[in-house]
Design a protein around this ligand. Structure first.
Ligand code: PL3
Ligand code: FE2
Ligand code: FE2
Length: 251
């Protein structure tokens, strides 16, 4: 009897602790209803963006390999991961009974895609790496980190696996730019000035649909800035240079 009471007291304590954690921790919010029309409608565009993004990331790493032929093996590995990500997110949509709006997604990426193609044609490797391995990967990392907190259990598991790879991709670009900083700084700054505002626009464009998935815009921006600034710091830029680059987002 005495023992039983003790166990009950401990359980009460435990569940109180849980309630407190849930009410003070902004990350552990209630999950959205994944079966509503409004959720599925938003998901048809977000899911398409992610599927298209993964496909373009694959294509971009294959393209980048033509500019660094001695890295073809490593870049092919990264590209293969992107195809796996695409398959994973395709399964997420199928699992929810959603048809991805691929036409919308193609348009969503078209400006950035165009800038990448021009840089590729000119052989501007620094610009290609900034667009794909820094900006797009940091965007993906921010989106996936926020999504993991509010995703359905199936998608959560897949996204957790994906985001680990995206850090490897960010790291790839980071290390190349770090090693070549003395010769690529000017192009890096210029490419950032042109392309960071596009990422900001894309984030604004996706914000309403993201919020229908319980993903907060401020949180997305915050996560993006963390990944972006961390990378620039690792590349070897100083505080002033990083601030100057980040300011390009405010236009
Ligand atoms: C790089 O490997 C992939 C690039 C993909 C870019 C994704 C951007 C996503 C923005 C929308 C956020 C929603 C995340 C939800 C995932 C189903
Ligand atoms: Fe990916
Ligand atoms: Fe990636």
């Amino acid at each position: 009897m005495h023992n039983e009471l003790k166990i009950t007291d401990m359980q009460t304590l435990e569940s109180n602790k849980k309630i407190i954690e849930e009410s003070t921790n902004p990350i552990s919010l209630e999950l959205p209803d994944f079966t509503t029309d409004s959720y599925k409608d938003a998901y048809s565009r977000i899911n398409a963006i992610v599927i298209e993004g993964e496909q373009e990331a694959h294509d971009n790493y294959i393209s980048i390999a033509t500019l660094i032929p001695n890295e073809i093996e490593e870049l092919t590995k990264l590209a293969r991961m992107e195809m796996k990500h695409k398959k994973g997110f395709t399964a997420c949509g199928r699992n929810l009974g959603v048809v991805a709006d691929m036409e919308f997604a193609k348009k969503f990426f078209s400006k950035l895609h165009g800038n990448f193609q021009v840089a590729l044609e000119k052989g501007n490797l620094t610009t290609c790496l900034l667009i794909q391995a820094i900006l797009i990967e940091a965007f993906a990392i921010s989106a996936y980190n926020v999504y993991i907190r509010v995703a359905d259990p199936f998608a959560k598991k897949i996204t957790e696996g994906v985001v680990k790879d995206e850090y490897l991709h960010l790291n790839y670009g980071q290390e190349w730019l770090k090693e070549n900083l003395s010769t690529c700084k000017e192009e890096l700054m210029e490419a950032n000035k042109v392309n960071l505002p596009l990422i900001k626009k894309m984030l604004d464009e996706v914000a309403d649909d993201a919020s229908a998935l319980a993903m907060d815009r401020e949180e997305l921006m915050e996560e993006f800035m963390i990944a972006y600034q961390d990378t620039l710091m690792e590349i070897g830029l100083d505080n002033r240079e990083i601030a100057r680059m980040a300011m390009a987002a405010i236009v």
